[in-house]
Write a protein that binds this ligand. Structure first.
Ligand code: FPP
Length: 239
């Protein structure tokens, strides 16, 4: 690779916020905003190859989102099911490998089956790696990883003295993914809400005002270009 070429964010993670406000502004139910948000996911995934973004990770449902009204939660769950059913073939044909991260235990059986099938269908794709965080929370992920690691220690397969950050990372849901280079949050909120806590230790952040259903491929391209101007030091001093 040409060393003078701008280094793009190979992995972009997105907190897709603002669907509810987008709908409210139009006097429509919140689910209308989530539906518009789902259409944006399609557009942003399609934009990735040209932007050099190989990994895209999106926050679809957090471990805290269960606190929403039952109507909104079940509306979102059926939106996820329909989205997988409708998009599976297109994702497969476009070379997208889909993975899900988060705790599947609390999700309904039919949704989990669709998730498993989509992962299997796209397992040999390598153009774009789309990871969907569903019933995901960073603290929950670290706790689940720690539990699995503790079991290995208890079984005598790992020496506690050998445990370091890399050991724990192998037990995270994201163990096969690179860390995100850039994390984008839409809708003007400047917080990370329990998203990829461990993995984003050195990520660059963009908090933008746009509500997720208004986020276009053109705006995405601008953020990618802005990232290329940033100097990343990873804690070191660059002369
Ligand atoms: C945050 O907006 C959005 C969510 C909790 C749901 C994200 C889901 C989608 C974009 C739907 C499609 C996703 C897939 C993978 C099919 P909010 O409801 O918190 O908005 P608000 O802050 O304006 O209330």
């Amino acid at each position: 690779m040409d060393s003078a070429a701008p280094k793009g964010p190979g992995h972009v993670a997105v907190i897709m916020d603002g669907n509810g406000r987008w709908a409210q502004k139009r006097g429509r139910p919140r689910l209308f905003g989530h539906q518009a948000g789902a259409r944006r996911v399609r557009e942003i995934v399609a934009a990735c190859p040209d932007l050099g973004v190989k990994y895209l990770t999106i926050f679809a449902f957090s471990t805290e989102n269960w606190k929403r009204t039952q109507a909104e939660v079940s509306g979102l769950m059926s939106l996820f099911r329909r989205y997988i059913e409708r998009e599976a073939r297109t994702l497969f044909e476009r070379g997208v490998r889909v993975r899900f991260i988060g705790d599947r235990m609390k999700l309904d059986e039919k949704l989990v089956r669709l998730m498993d099938e989509l992962e299997l269908l796209t397992a040999d794709n390598d153009l774009i790696h789309l990871t969907v965080a569903l019933n995901y929370g960073g603290r929950d992920e670290v706790a689940r990883a720690t539990k699995r690691l503790a079991r290995e220690v208890a079984a005598g397969r790992i020496d506690p003295e050998d445990v370091d950050a890399e050991t724990l990372a192998r037990f995270l849901d994201t163990y096969v993914l690179p860390d995100p280079d850039l994390v984008i949050r839409t809708s003007g909120e400047a917080r990370i809400s329990n998203f990829l806590l461990w993995q984003s230790a050195y990520s660059e952040y963009e908090f933008i005002e746009t509500l997720w259903p208004d986020f276009t491929a053109a705006e995405f391209a601008k953020l990618v270009a802005a990232f290329q101007q940033r100097e990343r030091r990873f804690g070191a001093v660059v002369s």
